[in-house]
Design a protein around this ligand. Sequence first.
Ligand SMILES: Nc1ncnc2c1ncn2[C@@H]1O[C@H](COP(=O)(O)OP(=O)(O)OP(=O)(O)O)[C@@H](O)[C@H]1O
Ligand SMILES: [Mg+2]
Length: 589
Amino acid sequence: MNQLFKTLKYSKISFIKVFQFNKPIVLFSLAVYIFNSIQSNINIYLTGMLVNQFQSQSISIVIQTIMMIAGLQIFKLILDTFSRYKNLQLSINFAQRSQADLIHIVAQTELLDKEHPKFKSDFLYWSYASGQYYNSYLGTIQLTQQIITSILGFYLLSSSFILLGLMAVIIGIIRGAVELSSVRHRVLLNQEIQKKTREHYYYFFLLTETQHQKEMMLYRLVNHFKESWETAKKKVNMLELKLEKLNINRYRVGQLLSTLNYSVILIIIAVLIANQRLTIGDYVTITMALSMTENNIAALFQGLSTLMESANHIEQLENNKELVQRQSISTQETGSSPFFFHQEIKVNDLTFYYPNREKPALSHISLRIPKGKKIAIVGANGSGKSTLIKVLLGLYKVPPHVVFIDDVGIEQINREDMWQKTSAVFQDFIKYTTDVRENVAVGNIGQLHNSERIEHILENLGLLDEFPKGIDTKLGNLDDDSVNLSGGQWQKLALSRIFIRDKDEVIVLDEPTAALDPMSEVNLMNQILAHCYDKTVLLISHRIGIARQADHIIVMQDGGIAEEGTHQELIIGTGPYQMMWEQQREWYE
Ligand SMILES: Nc1ncnc2c1ncn2[C@@H]1O[C@H](COP(=O)(O)OP(=O)(O)OP(=O)(O)O)[C@@H](O)[C@H]1O
Ligand SMILES: [Mg+2]
């Protein structure tokens, strides 16, 4: 019962969603479906009449009836073909809307949640589930057709002999019950298939993407990963076969029942004809109406079971949307203060865990970053540098009263406003495989068409000549005439984004020069520092040569701050910075 209410609820939601998306097409389709159900019954009635007319009526009446049957059929054909095209149009446009909704969900989800591995598999499943709105809508109008057809069919049958009508209904219902019995199992199987699909997709991507080919070839990895792909794919294949087996079983039981029913009914009809209680025309009408009614009742349950299946998927999606909406509402509630930064960023005893890790990524961090200072953050891999800057940028939420900007808790600051005035070039910055122009303009997308400014920035950085068609050079492999860039060239492009921003007060650079040659490194860093002379800069680097230019250095170790001070203060100590300094000096000497 609960399942039925749920189905009703989500079918209604789906129907309204599609109806509101395109009212004329939905109304038209509904009309076509209703017409079809009436037409199929009239067709049967007329066919029976025709058979009787052959025996008793004149040829002109027979021809009239034939013309009526053919006329209705042709009208149905015209309606069907037109409606098919319109429905395809609706389904394509609606699918695009569903994808747009998914993009919205991702945009609304907290970064920390998005980085959790579970999000990937959930997302795959949501993509699948979002297709269920349309399926559910389609199921609902098909169900309407099946209900009307069955009622009219039952009426046709009962008007000849009530027992026949009842038998068709009973067998239809039993067939339907078989359908319904496997809904839950099918939902679970489908969910599992969606989740497991992620693995074999990943291996397929690994084996076929251009950027992976050199390692695949050099390390001779194709066979190894192909095996992993095969294993993962086989798991999914097995589940798919299991699902198909369930479907075949339902079909088999349904058809068996139907055949049995048909045989019994044939006997009844034979007896009735022998007693002259039925004409041949009645016989034709009954057999046609019987198979139509029974099939429709069975299909009705089949449709209902598909609707139930869809309802379960939609329920999960809707629950998730509610969750996302609640989260985004709480973001708005807590983040109402504008971002004002006149004095300092302050961190008081910050400890931070990634949800899927037991050890904290940051532990008991306290620090102060005065406005306008250049702060270097150094430390071994995994010591927490990138995590710290993501917290400071408000990308990861932390408990209240831990991170402050000018004494206002970061949780109270409007993040949109904050992100207008802060920027970062991440360690894993995005290489937009579109064109050079866009790669610079992503820093301030409103400037996308300001060619002069983009060219000027690249010219000043000495980068413009590196691109054969200037800022309109296509990058990556989306177009046949795209070019690829070296790792350093990509990094320079990412750094150039800083120069197109207008309101930045805080700039974060996570390993900004890791891929640059020494000349470019010095050149670019000098330009960045000159550009940022009045801004607060957080600079993560493993290179002491870069860190020493900062006003203050924070040395991180194991999620905590091991020491901090100026370059001069730290190199006379005995801490990790001094060790790094000694090691790197050896390389340079
Ligand atoms: N998204 C994540 N989910 C779970 N754990 C993470 C995630 N990102 C980082 N970590 C873990 O948090 C710790 C700190 O990582 P972080 O990326 O901050 O180090 P880092 O100092 O920037 O290192 P590197 O110098 O290699 O860039 C590490 O133990 C890392 O494995
Ligand atoms: Mg890092």
